[in-house]
Unconditional design. Structure first.
Lengths: 311, 308
């Protein structure tokens, strides 16, 4: 299809290419097959959203339902809750989870004792490699009744919380802060790598002008890593309506659905646990369309104002 | 050179001294916060369970008389060990398949003169932004026989686009003349791949290998939705039951391991102990090898960021 668009590609060239690169094409076969089966296969499945899929009838015999499931979700009581929770968790993530590694990398960059820096880096990267299940297990342990975090929160607020994961108001802070705890070190690497390529001449010039450490940090280091920040920001905003379901499934319970139930977990519960396949597919489809729109829009804005874009 | 320069001019300004004090103490504090939870779990896992139950606040060593009963219970019980064995199989098999397929894709896409490279790249890039979503994926997996099949621990995650692109960048990072020389000597494509490209790309191969391995070791969601038999469950899924769902029957507490527990409070205390010990057992292998592998992991981020 694509070949025909370029008029200068002739059949003879294709034949020559297939012959010359036959080894490469041979190796590509399993790769292409994998993409078709595991990535493109499910894409056809979004048609389920427009059908009233009954597993016993199969895909073709199930009746078409049009936009019925989309309307059902939009009019239902869970639409507002799931959208709000998805957005709120991501806004928390953007405000704290996104800025924390930038902050850490700026501070690490000012450390002149290399040994100290190395220790801080090694230890802060570590939680990134502990599995999510174990991390969430630790969160359960520390926030249970009498757990160390619970005690700390009680001491600060003067209240008598029992198990923190049972309070809807606690879910967002626990989710966000534990995320920072697990990933702040690891996420700072990309900024540190950007900082390592800053021209030292800039700092020398600032020294001669009598700039202090803080001033250099704000006026040299930060602007120099701005492209990196922008690109990661585009992805972060593009993902505002998306959220991983794995960690939430490991942390939430029916007491905290009010703040913790996001679109992805709702899709999981309705689709896999309750087998409302078509309805859940419709919800998932809607959210991925909105997501792509957000990514596209942020990318466009960034392109306009900073000449940086991801595509 | 710059260090000296900066030091000479700025070192003794009061503002800089204040900044340094803040910076070093903050980073020290952060390091302690990152490390302490792990230490807490280790100490708790060897503490006296009854005393641990009533303990409040920081743990700076085991509470009460140190005991290994928590570990005894886990290792006497079969299911955690079976999970461990399953995970080893899935990680071994999965990572091997990951590497083979990723090398195939990365090799082909690193060829400079591949006519179909453009269209194929488009095909691949699309999947990074669009997907069918969880439910269509799930139904398809059941349809192609992945349900309760251990192939579901390997095939759906056989390839990661991002890793493949990092590897391709690695394959392109040495001079083409090295390959050319081998071709002039009459080597076949396969030979060039095996004898020239792969040996020259050891660092990037190590990075990708580690990423896949960690991913496979940590994965649990696919197992939860696709596997039915407990005998096939990977370690992480069993951990989920013990740690998150509070179901310690996986490592059944009671008389198991010859540890005698009396009363409801006693069994609650032992349940806690088992949780701590399980966490340690699940984490320690990774934490032991981690310091030696750290530089490879970090390298992966660098390679990835050049491309991105």
């Amino acid at each position: 299809m694509k070949k025909e668009k370029k008029t200068h590609v002739t059949m003879a060239m294709v034949r020559k290419d297939l012959k010359k690169n036959r080894f490469a094409y041979l190796l590509l076969i399993p790769v292409i097959v994998w993409y078709i089966v595991f990535c493109y296969g499910p894409m056809w499945g979004v048609l389920l959203a427009f059908k009233d899929y009954k597993p016993l009838l199969g895909f073709t015999k199930s009746k078409w339902a049009g936009f019925r499931f989309f309307k059902e979700y939009l009019a239902g009581p869970y639409f507002f809750r799931t959208v709000k929770n998805t957005l709120m968790l991501n806004v928390w993530g953007l405000a704290l989870g996104f800025t924390a590694p930038i902050f850490l990398s700026l501070l690490l960059n000012e450390v002149r004792r290399m040994r100290f820096k190395k220790v801080v880096q090694t230890v802060t990267y570590m939680p990134h490699f502990i599995s999510l299940v174990v991390i969430c297990g630790m969160i359960h342990i520390f926030t249970q009744n009498g757990g160390i975090v619970t005690e700390l929160v009680n001491a600060i607020t003067g209240k008598e919380y029992s198990s923190l994961l049972g309070y809807a108001g606690m879910f967002r802070p626990i989710y966000t802060i534990s995320g920072i705890w697990q990933n702040v070190g690891w996420d700072s690497i990309i900024y540190l790598s950007a900082m390592s390529s800053i021209d030292p001449g800039l700092y020398e010039a600032a020294d001669i002008d009598g700039a202090g450490r803080l001033q250099k940090m704000i006026h040299i280091t930060l602007p120099q890593i701005r492209p990196t920040i922008t690109i990661l920001f585009i992805f972060a905003v593009g993902g505002l309506m998306a959220s991983g379901h794995e960690k939430i499934i490991l942390l939430y319970n029916s007491l905290t659905y009010d703040t913790a139930d996001v679109i992805a977990t709702y899709v999981y519960r309705r689709g896999i646990r309750e087998a409302s396949y078509s309805f859940a597919t419709a919800v998932g489809l809607m959210s991925s369309v909105v997501n792509f729109g957000l990514l596209w829009f942020t990318n466009k804005v960034a392109k306009k104002y900073s000449d940086i874009s991801v595509f | 050179m710059t260090e000296d320069h900066r030091g000479r001019i700025g070192k003794y300004k009061p503002a800089n001294i204040a900044f340094n004090i803040f910076n070093y103490s903050f980073l020290t504090f952060l390091t302690l916060i990152c490390f302490y939870p792990i230490l807490h779990v280790i100490f708790a896992s060897v503490s006296d369970p009854m005393e641990l139950l009533s303990h409040r606040g920081l743990l700076l060593g085991p509470v009460g008389k140190a005991t290994l009963n928590g570990y005894r219970i886990i290792f006497k019980d079969n299911s955690i060990l079976v999970g461990f064995k399953n995970t080893l199989i899935y990680v071994g098999l999965g990572t091997a398949v990951n590497m083979v397929i990723t090398i195939c894709g990365a090799y082909a896409l690193s060829r400079r003169d591949l006519l179909l490279k453009g269209p194929i790249m488009i095909l691949i890039t699309i999947t990074m932004f669009f997907g069918g979503g969880l439910i269509p994926w799930y139904l398809l997996m059941r349809q192609i026989g992945m349900h309760n099949n251990i192939a579901s621990m390997v095939l759906p995650t056989a390839l990661n686009t991002w890793n493949m692109i990092i590897m391709r960048t690695g394959f392109q990072s040495f001079p083409y003349e090295l390959e050319e020389a081998a071709y002039i000597d009459g080597a076949s494509d396969a030979r060039v791949l095996l004898r020239v490209i792969l040996p020259l790309s050891k660092p990037v191969l190590a990075v990708i290998f580690l990423y896949y391995m960690v991913g496979n070791w940590n994965s649990w969601f696919n197992a939860m939705v696709l596997l039915e038999d407990r005998a096939k469950f990977p370690l992480q899924l069993l951990l989920k039951e013990v740690l998150v769902m509070n179901d310690t029957s996986a490592a059944s507490v009671g008389s198991a391991g010859g540890v005698i527990v009396d009363g409801i409070q006693g069994s609650a205390a032992y349940r806690e102990l088992v949780k701590y010990a399980t966490t340690v057992v699940a984490t320690l292998p990774i934490l032991c090898v981690y310091p030696f592998l750290q530089k490879y992991f970090v390298k992966g981020v660098y390679v990835g960021s050049i491309k991105g």
